[in-house]
Design a protein around this ligand. Sequence first.
Ligand SMILES: Cc1cc(-c2ccco2)c2oc(N)nc2c1
Length: 162
Amino acid sequence: EVRIASKKIFTLVLLHIEAQKKILLGFKKRGFGADRYNGFGGKVEAGETIEAAAYRELEEEAGITTDVLEKVGLLWFTFRGDTKGLEVHVFRAASYNGVPMESEEMKPQWFPTSEIPFSQMWADDHHWFPLFLSGKKFVGKFHFLEDQVTITGKVLDVVDEL
Ligand SMILES: Cc1cc(-c2ccco2)c2oc(N)nc2c1
């Protein structure tokens, strides 16, 4: 389905090579969420499907493509003092083509899944990453204070399908 541009919808792609127990994260060099490691993603443009945006952002931010993206999570984020929230569609890639490349936005880095740098990531991540790593599908809501660090409200559920 094609979404209208008014809602702030973002994609987030996590490349997880289970057999090698490693995950590809990107260090955000500027803009929203700068100086944090995260999956690859960005805003869904008007007239674009969410899935198409996920494939596009992976290529733009990490220089790699993937054959299949699996929808694994849906997260809603709100901030105190900000009326609009963010709707983030999380995808898993299990394989990739090409070589991860640094972009203006992101510096890709492999991490062992036992050494994910949660202290340098969004504060919600350590809540739902274990669900992601164990192959579960999830839906969550996180309410942040203005500091974009402190979480004052959290809902997180495992779901059978998205
Ligand atoms: C508030 C917030 C936003 C994002 C985001 C924006 C664009 C893509 O993701 C997050 O990503 C993660 N892991 N936690 C996040 C919290």
